[in-house]
Design a protein. Structure first.
Length: 51
């Protein structure tokens, strides 16, 4: 269990997140779910922006 909660844009976060929460409308949620089939590639792309 984590000890802290941090709210920040992904590109400005100083820590690598254990969980990312997206607050979006239904159309964007649908796109995210379709993209989730390629999650390993997408997660590497998101995490590379944090490095």
């Amino acid at each position: 269990m984590g000890q802290y909660v941090v709210f920040a844009p992904l590109e400005k976060a100083t820590l690598k997140p254990d969980l990312v929460l997206f607050v979006v409308n239904a159309e964007i949620a649908s796109r995210l779910l379709q993209t989730s089939w390629n999650w390993p590639t997408m997660s590497r792309a998101l995490l590379s922006r944090l490095s």
